[in-house]
Design a protein around this ligand. Structure first.
Ligand code: 1YM
Length: 194
């Protein structure tokens, strides 16, 4: 889910990504200020594009053309995979001066895509809770998330990711203007003795 936001950022459409870990560590919310996941009707599926994106494994489509940059190598399949493995998942989209929401459980819609009325701005917010019927450990590890987010900002020069950890009441902003050079510096520092 984070990689979808990072893809939107590295293609020049988003500048802020915020990841929030809930107080009990059971859910994560990922928010970006990109274009918002498309909500228009899918012509053949006869469902909103958002629902298709979150319920079907994509073969690639637009990602196959070669002009599209992706951070995770997942080419858009991530949304439906995370959804299938989540006990609950909620998507909120700001797009075309409106706010939309759809909820899912174990990959299946539990509500239709609803228009919630007028709103400013654009972007996507996804909140999900891993399914205990699939994972033996469903609580997130803040240290793991922290490292994963910081690594993404090392690999994508200038990308800013904010991590809000409500389980510890902390907030960190990751941004590395010098990308991989900063990464090497941090590796050298952490390997130094004393
Ligand atoms: C919190 C997770 O998924 N952001 C996101 C996803 C998409 C877009 C924007 C997007 C892409 C495009 C056009 C495009 C996705 N779009 C698709 C699909 N954040 C998160 N932000 N408009 C919006 O690439 O052309 C899949 S994901 F399939 F519609 F292109």
């Amino acid at each position: 889910i984070v990689d979808n936001s990072v893809d939107e950022a590295i293609n020049g459409h988003a500048s802020n990504i915020t990841v929030t870990l809930s107080q009990d560590r059971s859910s994560v919310t990922v928010q970006d200020d990109g274009r918002g996941v498309p909500v228009d009707m899918h012509p053949t599926a006869k469902k909103p594009a958002l629902e298709v994106i979150f319920t079907t494994l994509h073969a690639g489509g637009k990602f196959d053309q070669g002009s599209y940059l992706t951070s995770g190598g997942l080419h858009g399949v991530g949304s439906s995979v995370v959804n299938a493995l989540s006990e609950s998942l909620t998507v909120e989209v700001l797009r075309g001066r409106k706010k939309y929401r759809q909820e899912f459980s174990r990959g299946k819609p539990t509500t239709k895509l609803k228009s919630l009325g007028k709103a400013r701005g654009t972007g996507t917010t996804v909140t999900f809770t891993p399914d205990p019927e699939i994972f033996s450990v469903t609580k997130f590890d803040p240290a793991l998330i922290r490292t994963r987010l910081e690594t993404s900002t090392f690999l994508n020069k200038g990308l800013t990711i904010t991590f809000k950890d409500e389980s510890q009441g902390t907030k960190e902003v990751f941004c590395h203007e010098n990308g991989l050079t900063d990464y090497l510096t941090s590796l050298v520092k952490s390997s130094e003795i004393g």
